[in-house]
Design a protein around this ligand. Structure first.
Ligand code: AMP
Length: 458
């Protein structure tokens, strides 16, 4: 997961980057950073730390980063051995081309064989993430920057979106299927690149367009140069952006994520028309919009039977299961007066390990709920994602290890209902498969061949 931003030509690039990073915080809370290029002194200022952007604002201000160019990153580790500061991005490397800074969101699936070869040749690698690999490959290429980046990106496969500063030149590029999102905007005389359109608005800008799959966009001296490092493949955007990851006010392929989520709820209500219930209760915040759509379609009242404690982070983020369990308990609180004696449709965006739903269903019953019908606005997740969404190994995925009947028993629900792959894509304004959305985690069929070693690494 993770999120990136890039800024070109704003006198307060650091301030703008902070706003952008704050607005992308939901994409990663492990660490964040920004690199600001000062074109007067011709060097980079770098700030990276663990934790939330909010907690470092005073320190960032005190640093007084000068420079009109910046790249920034919020990190949620989906690959790389380490957590914490060492893999916090952006990275700044000193290459024969001068200093280069890079931030990347997503995964490169063929990084292991390339890294192995590099190590054999004596390369010393500091980080365990794919981001360093790109700069290594780039540094090995001779000649001008753009053709060199072209050759570099031809060697890698995966789902990624990245921003890079080579001095004041801002580059933005994306994988050939457009799995991970990346958009371009403008604020006054500044160009902005970001993982989500909502970040551009927060930075005072206007969305212009998506960076296209396989495109390299170079922004230099106020000019945009677009080129393609390979032939763009049929679009396969990650549908988990709409399901869970993106902010509701972000627009993807012309449709706001909130609209897509409401539509998912509406279509799921159609699928579940035979279920008898009294109220629709969302798991806040992830199930809110879907529950609204469900309520509208079904005619059932929307009730806040659960409230969220906003002082707790996303439970997924915690790496140990015991901590995750505790966080779920503290994070979502039942309102007994609302749920008592009611037949509930409980709406959440996804079922991964089953940690959240198992606990919620138990607590709702404890508070007197008569029936709990669990409704999920993504299809069953049966395979891990290798393109940048943090889904665990097959053995941890409840929909992979359990039959439908076993899931029902394990969660303690009266029924468990998933949106179909087709309806999920339809709700997002697209279709399933090539030309539409990546559905690897729902089918186990991957866009790129995943090596045995990579598959077994999960
Ligand atoms: P689980 O409790 O393991 O079944 O996970 C499902 C819950 O985690 C849902 O409430 C989602 O909103 C949330 N979730 C789903 N996918 C992710 C992800 N990749 N990262 C963080 N949280 C997630």
């Amino acid at each position: 997961m993770g999120g990136v931003i890039g800024i070109s030509n704003n006198s307060d690039a650091a301030g703008m980057a902070q706003a952008g990073l704050l607005s992308l915080q939901h994409r990663g809370q492990e660490s964040f950073g920004l690199a600001v290029y000062d074109d007067k002194n011709k060097n980079f200022g770098l700030y990276r730390t663990s934790g939330l952007v909010m907690t470092s604002l005073a320190e960032l201000d005190a640093r007084r980063f000068g420079g009109k160019y910046a790249v920034g990153h919020v990190r949620y580790p989906t690959s790389g051995k380490k957590t914490g500061l060492l893999d916090a991005q952006p990275f700044v490397f000193d290459t024969w081309r001068g200093e280069v800074s890079i931030a990347l969101s997503g995964n490169i699936i063929n990084k292991e064989p390339i890294l192995k070869q590099m190590r054999r040749r004596g390369a010393i690698l500091q980080h365990s993430s794919e981001t360093e690999l790109i700069v290594h490959l780039l540094a090995q290429q001779k000649g001008p920057l753009l053709p060199a980046l072209n050759k570099t990106l031809k060697q890698i496969e995966g789902g990624f979106a990245a921003v890079m500063l080579a001095g004041p030149a801002l580059l933005a590029f994306r994988d050939p299927h457009g799995i991970r999102p990346l958009v371009l905007g403008k604020a006054g005389g500044a160009y902005i690149v970001a993982s989500e359109s909502s970040a551009i608005e927060v930075m005072g800008g206007k969305y212009l367009r998506d960076i296209e799959p396989a495109e390299i966009l170079l922004i230099e001296n106020g000019k945009l140069t677009s080129s393609f490092y390979t032939k763009p493949k049929a679009r396969q955007n990650c549908i988990f952006e709409q399901v869970y990851l993106s902010r509701p006010d972000t627009v993807i392929r012309g449709r706001s994520v909130s609209t897509a989520r409401m539509e998912m709820g509406r279509l799921l209500a159609k699928q579940m028309k035979d279920i008898k219930a009294d109220i629709v209760v969302p798991v806040p915040d992830s199930g809110l919009f879907a529950a609204l759509g469900f309520a509208k379609e079904s005619g059932l009242p929307f009730e806040m039977g659960l409230v969220r404690n906003h002082y707790m982070g996303r439970s997924f983020i915690k790496s140990a299961q015991a901590v995750r369990d505790m966080v779920v308990k503290l994070k979502l609180l039942p309102i007994a007066d609302i749920v008592r004696g009611r037949r509930i449709v409980l709406i959440d965006d996804s079922l991964v390990r089953g940690t959240t739903s198992r606990k919620l269903i138990k607590v709702l019953r404890f508070c007197g709920a008569k029936e709990v019908h669990f409704a999920v606005t993504s299809p069953p997740i049966v395979a891990p994602c290798f393109y940048g969404i943090n889904t665990p190994s097959k053995k941890e995925l409840i929909a992979c290890t359990h039959t439908h009947a076993q899931i029902l028993k394990e969660l303690g629900a009266d029924s468990v209902n998933f949106i179909t792959i087709k309806n999920a894509a339809k709700a997002c304004g697209g279709r399933e498969g090539p030309g539409g959305y990546c559905q690897s985690c729902f089918t186990g069929r991957y866009i790129y061949k995943i090596s045995k070693a990579t598959l077994e690494s999960r």
